[in-house]
Design a protein around this ligand. Structure first.
Ligand code: NAD
Length: 470
């Protein structure tokens, strides 16, 4: 029997009147029915979160820390089932950097954030008075998430918000709502009713969140186009916002590199989650002197990477998550072919599901859509350069600014390039590595604000000054 999923509102499981079908992108099978929240459901969730905020905001730091650890315990106990559900609705394999890896990330981030705290800063204590800087919660946080790493991104939004005394209404992507609905149902048991709510629905539900007058902050992860709408809409009520948006990360390979030695690092920096990762390497600039060798080394490596149904643990890459993305990737590759680019491997999807083969594209230039636009799929354009200054100008030449990387055995040369790259993170000899203690965020059109680390936690608070006369 098909499972009809429910929403978490005020500690209760609430059914909707209508549902959407969620199908497995590997084989089209029905995975479950996702509730479609009405405006009344959203209002109920926000009202519950507002009410819960009145006591959760004054809960002790120890209680909030314990609640987050309880959530991590619940995640650990249910990781296997959640991973299977995630694989079925998102497509990513259980193995490799897939669903089990994502659940591991959820647990790790929750534990780390549980242990974080924001101390009161003493700014002045003298004959002029005593001035303290406190970090206080904002209120109800609206969280809007995408379909590529549904659970991990939900955790990145929810846990710091709750840890700092806020309450939350989260809305997952309409493409991958089921695993988030289930995860929130489970972990919301660790907090009083109303502290953590989850509603599901289409894009218009996201827009309603960004307009809602009782929501104090919106944390949004998704595309640049939607991010701009979120910012515009949130301005009406002057909400705090964190935006983690799209990337088109460049990597620059300097001539001193041994292509065989770095092929694996570049490959996984690019093809993690079949390229459906904001901070994946999406265009590779390689020096002329090692261009052919690099193309060959990457093609050789790619030949041994199994892609297929994620329930088969032999596979480490899965399909694209949805038809829209599949058509977009296909379109970009067809356009590159029409512009005369050379397909080193892949480039022709076959079979059922939204599988797009691992595709490496050579003899391609800036100005081609596959280079200039975020492909968000298992396709890497490899661009030849002769002058390093040109490669750096190309890397910086787009509206994106999430991550970038430089690949070299010469630490000094790499550092010089890193200093010139416009990005929130510059990696050296690696790409797409994140950690809970390291702030992560984009500049330019790739985002506003950071997640993780102390600064990421602070983003869920307002500064409150207590200024006492001596
Ligand atoms: P998307 O922008 O289409 O959707 C993201 C979420 O926004 C969904 O929940 C959607 O329902 C909601 N939404 C849509 N219209 C809305 C509106 N007008 N107001 C409010 N919410 C609305 O993005 P996507 O296709 O789900 O995700 C892929 C994109 O996300 C890629 O560009 C990727 O790079 C980016 N991304 C960025 C990060 C990061 O941390 N920087 C992480 C993951 C994904």
């Amino acid at each position: 029997m098909t499972t009809q999923y429910t929403m978490t509102i005020n500690g209760q499981q609430v059914a909707a009147d209508s549902h959407s079908e969620i199908n497995n992108p590997s084989n089209g099978e029905l995975v479950g029915l996702s509730p479609q929240a009405s405006t009344a459901h959203l209002n109920d969730a926000v009202a519950a979160a507002e009410k819960a905020f009145q006591s959760w905001r004054f809960s002790s730091d120890d209680d909030r820390k314990a609640a987050c650890h309880t959530m991590a315990d619940i995640l650990e106990a249910n990781a296997g089932d959640l991973a299977v559900l995630l694989t079925k609705e998102q497509g990513k394999p259980l193995a490799g950097m897939g669903s089990n890896f994502e659940l591991g990330g959820c647990i790790g981030w929750t534990r780390y954030t549980a242990e974080q705290s924001l101390e009161v800063k003493l700014l002045q204590d003298n004959e002029g008075g005593r001035i303290e800087q406190h970090r206080v919660p904002i209120g109800v946080v609206g969280s809007i998430t995408p379909w590529n790493w549904p659970l991990m991104i939900a955790i990145w939004h929810v846990i710091p918000a709750i840890r700092t005394g806020n309450t939350v209404v989260i809305k997952p992507s309409p493409y991958t709502p089921l695993s988030t609905l289930k995860m929130i149902e489970l972990i919301s048991e660790a907090v009083p009713p109303g502290v953590l709510n989850c509603v599901a629905g289409g894009n218009e539900l996201g827009a309603e969140i960004t307009q809602h007058p009782a929501i104090g902050k919106v944390v949004f992860t998704g595309s640049i186009a939607t991010g701009k709408k979120v910012m515009a809409s949130a301005s009406e009520t002057l909400k705090a916002i964190t935006l983690e948006l799209g990337g088109n990360d460049p990597g620059i390979v300097l001539p001193d590199v041994d292509p065989k030695a770095m092929a694996e690092g570049i490959f996984w920096g690019s093809f993690i989650n079949s390229g459906q990762t904001c901070g994946a390497l999406k265009r590779l600039y390689v020096h002329d002197s090692i261009y052919d060798e690099t193309c060959q080394a990457l093609t050789d490596f790619a030949a041994n990477v199994p892609m297929g149904d994620g329930m088969d643990e032999n596979n480490v890459l899965g399909p694209l998550q949805n038809e829209m993305q599949f058509n977009k990737v296909k379109d970009l590759v067809e356009d590159a072919k029409a512009q005369g680019a050379r397909i080193l491997c892949g480039g022709e999807p076959t079979g059922q599901g939204y599988f797009y083969p691992i595709t490496l594209v050579a003899d391609i230039k800036d100005g081609t859509r596959l280079v200039d636009e975020e492909q968000f799929g298992p396709v890497l354009p490899i661009i030849r350069y002769s002058e390093l200054s040109d490669a750096i100008a190309s890397a910086n030449g787009l509206e994106y600014g999430l991550d970038a990387s430089v690949w070299s055995t010469d630490a000094e040369a790499a550092a010089k390039v890193a200093a010139q790259l416009e990005a929130g993170t510059v990696f050296i000899n690696k790409h797409a590595e994140i950690a809970p203690h390291v702030p992560f965020g984009g500049i330019k059109c790739s985002g506003l604000g950071v997640e993780f680390g102390e600064e990421g936690l602070e983003a869920y608070t307002n500064i409150k000054i207590v200024n006492a006369a001596a």
